[in-house]
Design a protein around this ligand. Structure first.
Ligand code: AMP
Ligand code: ZN
Length: 493
């Protein structure tokens, strides 16, 4: 029987504001769509956090035995500056600045995105569609919305009629806003405005002569509005109603609200059963963003090449750092926080490396079955990775007690413990064992054996100055020496 049959998952659903029991539309199958990057610049670590949160969710659902179709798009057209309906296309602007083709910009930053997330051990999605590859589908949806009377054409552009839609639908239900409040709080339209109401949004924009990214349409040459691509690509690959739609918290309004409006206007159906929003990574307490300069790039973390960092951190440590926070909480990045994560990561990897060598006995002092279920309970409760990690450290504590002969474990339980830890650490959290390579590990063991021998010889000769010096300097390097009845051992913090 697949695991999901007895591991019920609850998901914080932005649409209901509650943790809802997850029940997919088709038994055993999950359709999940996540808004991907706009490829006009390098991804910063904040972007990576959102994609990593959904990677962890993808991994856990797969671990439970679901067949997941995970669609994450690439936005390569239609996203204008300031997420607005007027202004320059972000990609076209960059192309002009660098004097290259827009598609060269797209290619460069798509490659950077893939390289970066691969380092952070994100699994590829099942489908990675692009906005420019789905212009025909977007035009078809606009035609449909126009036919149903929820859009209007003005001077070669097409706008979604929010006020009309709101008469028998609820525009604002995802973000908890009321259209009347939005209307009171916005400026009046000017004579040049093509929109009937300031809340209306573009489905299609007429391309001015200087606009390079353009396609023919029934309304003349133009380009699709930003919100439309996600409606087109999600419903094309996952159906008119699908299970999960995710993205960063900042996309809830207007992007996702508009996606709901477009889909409901065209199909009459609610497009998504579970809306999930991942929270922001902040730097110095402020949102990390491509458009303000409050940024840190993954490459800077891996090289240590940024003034806020005292040293480089491996991608696995960065991933561990991210997983220590719940995906719906804000997480602030700092050198101290990364240092603490590195210590925790090393302790976890140390325990994992040492499991093989654990001696087994006839009984276990540690209830593995109950502990394993606590790990599942954590993940079933809206993918609570910090609680899962606390449980993993509970196992680390027992592993260390067993190593010190203060507890015992049966051979069967040792196998179960190994399997469960491997599954949660490597498969679900996606944390790789990068602390030390096997070669480094052999070298370290050899050097430590030598130092321990020298220290023991010094102690035998009552040369405590030398033996203490070795112990103290190793502590400064983060290496602890322990004298036990079976000899001296060491551990790396
Ligand atoms: P963009 O490339 O700007 O369209 O953003 C790609 C994804 O990254 C979206 O889901 C955003 O919500 C998300 N995102 C942007 N900034 C941050 C941040 N500081 N922390 C977490 N996610 C972010
Ligand atoms: Zn989107």
């Amino acid at each position: 029987m697949p695991l999901y049959k007895h591991q019920p998952v609850r998901i914080h659903n932005s649409l209901t504001g509650k943790k809802d029991l997850f029940e997919p539309i088709n038994d055993g199958h999950v359709g999940m769509y996540v808004c991907g990057p706009t490829v006009y610049s390098n991804v910063h670590l904040g972007n990576c956090r959102t994609f990593m949160s959904f990677d962890m969710i993808f991994r856990y659902l797969k671990h439970l035995g679901y067949k997941v179709r995970y669609v994450r798009n690439i936005t390569d057209a239609g996203h204008l500056e300031n997420d607005a309906d007027e202004g320059e296309d972000k990609i076209a602007k960059k192309a002009k600045l660098e004097q290259i083709e827009p598609m060269e910009v797209v290619q460069r930053y798509t490659v950077d995105f893939h390289n970066t997330i691969q380092k952070l051990n994100l699994l590829p999605p099942s489908i990675e569609p692009t906005a420019t590859g789905h212009i025909i589908e977007q035009i078809e949806i606009i035609k449909d919305i126009l036919e149903k009377g929820f859009a209007y054409e003005a001077n070669g552009s097409v706008y979604f009629d929010v006020v009309k839609f709101n008469q028998d639908h609820d525009y604002g239900k995802l973000s908890g806003r009321k259209l009347e409040d939005m209307i009171t709080n916005t400026r009046e339209l000017t004579a040049q405005d093509e929109k009937r109401n300031p809340q209306d949004f573009a489905l299609w924009k007429k391309a001015e002569p200087q606009h390079i990214m353009r396609w023919p349409s029934p309304w003349g040459d133009g380009f699709p509005g930003w919100h439309l691509e996600c409606t087109a690509m999600s419903t094309k690959y996952l159906g008119e109603t699908f299970d999960i739609h995710g993205g960063g918290m900042d996309l809830k309004f207007p992007h996702h609200e508009c996606e709901i409006a477009q889909a409901e206007a065209s199909t009459g159906k609610s497009p998504v059963n579970y809306w999930m929003h991942a929270n922001m990574l902040t730097l110095n307490g402020k949102k990390m963003s491509k458009s303000t300069d409050n940024n840190i790039y993954p490459s800077e973390i891996f090289s240590g090449n940024n003034t806020i960092l005292s040293k480089p951190y491996t991608p696995a440590v960065v991933r561990f750092f991210m997983m220590q926070a719940h995906y719906t909480s804000i997480l602030d990045l700092s050198d101290e926080a990364l240092q603490a994560s590195e210590k925790g990561y090393n302790r976890l990897m140390d325990a994992l490396d040492g499991i093989d060598g654990l001696k087994t006995g006839d009984k276990s002092d540690f209830d593995i079955a109950a502990w394993k279920q606590r790990c599942y309970d954590a993940m079933n409760d809206d993918f609570n990775t910090p609680i899962l990690i606390a449980q993993l450290f509970d196992a680390v504590k027992h592993i260390n007690l067993i190593k010190e002969d203060k507890e015992t474990i049966s051979s069967e339980d040792k196998d179960e413990l190994t399997c469960t830890l491997n599954a949660f650490v490597y498969d679900v959290l996606g944390i790789e064992n990068q602390s030390i390579t096997k070669d480094d590990s052999n070298t370290l063991s050899g050097v430590m054996e030598l130092l321990i021998d020298i220290r023991n010889e010094a102690r035998a000769k009552k040369d405590f100055a030398t033996s203490d010096k070795i112990r103290d300097q190793l502590v400064e390097l983060g290496i602890q020496i322990k004298d036990g009845k079976d000899g001296t051992t060491f551990s790396v913090n």
